[in-house]
Design a protein. Structure first.
Length: 133
């Protein structure tokens, strides 16, 4: 699949075994962040990847590699590309390439204020309290 991206003029670097601080530095300097939210043998896991939550507070465009109806896709449906979220069908290389291109072309001009409000301490604690009571 990476060969297809290279043929389309998109280059990638793969890093393995990085320390947490080095990984954080790479994420901070990335032009686009890919968030995978794909089905498993058990179906969709009803929780968002922590990477998604952390990246919501960055100024990096987020390409959500997922399928319609997934937890990440629900945020895309609500907030869209105006919040720097770019949807890519999880099993389609061309869809992922197109989403990356749209993200790169966005010029990092988006507003995540309302999306970030979803993850405030008060909102999280209220939701938790609702579940346990």
């Amino acid at each position: 699949a990476l060969r297809n991206f290279e043929l389309a003029g998109l280059s990638f670097k793969l890093y393995k075994g990085l320390s947490p601080s080095c990984s954080s530095s790479l994420v901070e300097h990335a032009r686009v962040s890919l968030i995978a939210d794909l089905a498993t043998d058990l179906g969709y896991i009803p929780f968002l990847a922590s990477k998604f939550v952390y990246q919501v507070f960055s100024d990096t465009p987020l390409v959500l590699v997922t399928e319609k109806g997934s937890p990440a896709h629900r945020f895309f449906d609500t907030y869209g590309e105006g919040a720097g979220l770019f949807f890519a069908e999880g099993h389609s290389v061309s869809s992922v390439m197109n989403a990356i291109r749209r993200a790169l072309d966005s010029g990092h001009v988006f507003d995540r204020t309302k999306l970030r409000d979803e993850f405030t301490r008060q909102r999280i604690s209220d939701a938790f309290e609702k579940v346990v009571s």
